[in-house]
Ligand binder design. Structure first.
Ligand SMILES: *Cc1c(COP(=O)(O)O)cnc(C)c1O
Length: 360
């Protein structure tokens, strides 16, 4: 059985064109006779790869000059402690909890100092994100943390935020590059690569340069944003191949027309799937409409047997990884940038093959 469309939440699908190019160059990159995977990270062959990747990322996201881009390891979860280690500096910080990931971030930060809850949508079972107006933070906080899209619960912030007094720190793991954002509104943005950028192993951190001076003295060099930034993310060996792959994805996005264009496509894809879900009571997604995620669409069926049947039927039709996250169950279709519209349509075709079982 070979799969046709990959709905995995992460590591997730990578654009076909990028995979083909990587395959083509795999054994012999740019007539060097060696693979990118085998190159020294400091070599004249490799350095242009990372420089171009950063340039293209800056171009796509319109990153101002006073922001550093750092290529790190350890995933988004490692930022759960790197953020307080690099920013807290004996002050307090406020965290917005809007789902599984931001709750984990809030809990992970606790040992590092005064970590306060700014707002939580847990009492609403994370069915809507806490409105910006409800965030309770202090102008003396070192930062305010939130997650732009809850990958498990499928709830996303579409608001733009202006908090001039306190740096805003954002986990954009599952939304980065899915639409334009105004970088100036943020102090720090971070994202694991394996959702919308490329292979796992790479974590991208974008940080305003005036925030680089607060690291705790005990912060190890590999985990220190300032030291990594001053050393072009090479205080130790970076994830060279993942950075190369990310660079190919950035080029693919630029060729496609950039983030405005990909946003249009992402709106079209997610609208299609939500319309399908809402069309009858057979499928349920009860996230507040205005917070419905464009990247991760969780839904359930009226009972577990039907859910299992849907997953099995989908697999037979070549659709990979539609099973929901273990925490919430049900189904989940992740519709990252690389997912073509045809793939989204194929989810709805699965429906037609199900027996017309009565609702309960
Ligand atoms: C996947 C994900 C994480 C965890 O990322 P790792 O790279 O596994 O550490 C954190 N936050 C969000 C929003 C995610 O989607």
């Amino acid at each position: 059985m070979s799969y046709q469309y990959n709905f995995s939440a992460g590591p997730a699908m990578i654009p076909k064109e990028v995979m083909l190019q990587a395959q083509h160059e795999f054994l012999n990159f740019n007539e060097t006779g060696i693979s990118v995977m085998e190159m020294s990270h400091r070599s004249k062959e490799y350095l242009p790869i990372v420089e171009k990747a950063e340039k293209n990322l800056r171009n796509l996201l319109n990153i101002p000059n006073n922001y550093k881009v750092i290529f790190l390891q350890g995933g988004a979860i490692t930022q759960n402690f790197m953020v307080p280690m690099n920013l807290l500096s004996n002050r307090s910080a406020s965290y917005v909890v809007s789902g599984y990931w931001s709750k984990r971030t809030y809990n992970d930060a606790q040992p590092f100092g005064t970590i306060k809850l700014a707002a939580s949508s847990e009492p609403n079972n994370f069915k809507k994100v806490p409105s910006f107006e409800s965030w309770n933070f202090d102008n003396n906080d070192a930062y305010v943390h939130f997650c732009q899209n809850e990958t498990v619960h499928g709830a996303e912030y579409f608001d733009t935020f202006k908090i001039p007094e306190v740096p805003l720190v954002c986990d954009m793991s599952s939304t980065i590059l899915s639409r334009p954002v105004n970088i100036d509104d943020y102090g720090v943005i971070y994202a694991g690569a394996q959702k919308n950028i490329g292979p796992s192993g790479l974590t991208i951190v974008i940080v305003r340069d005036d925030l680089l001076s607060f690291a705790d003295q005990k912060t190890p060099s590999t985990l220190n944003w300032k030291i990594q930034s001053e050393n072009n993310s090479m205080i130790n060996t970076p994830t060279t191949f993942s950075i190369y792959m990310a660079g190919l994805v950035f080029e693919w996005l630029l060729d496609l027309g950039g983030l405005k264009k990909i946003e249009e496509l992402n709106i079209k894809k997610s609208n299609y799937l939500y319309s399908f879900i809402d069309a009858d009571d057979f499928y349920i997604n009860d996230i507040e409409i205005k917070n419905r995620s464009r990247m991760n669409v969780p839904f359930r069926m009226v009972n577990d047997d039907l859910t299992k049947k849907f997953v099995a039927t989908a697999e037979e039709k070549g659709l990979y990884a539609l099973k929901g996250h273990r925490v919430v169950g049900g189904l989940r279709a992740s519709l990252y940038n690389a997912m073509p519209f045809d793939g989204v349509e194929s989810v709805s075709y699965t429906h037609l093959t199900l027996p017309t079982t009565p609702y309960v």
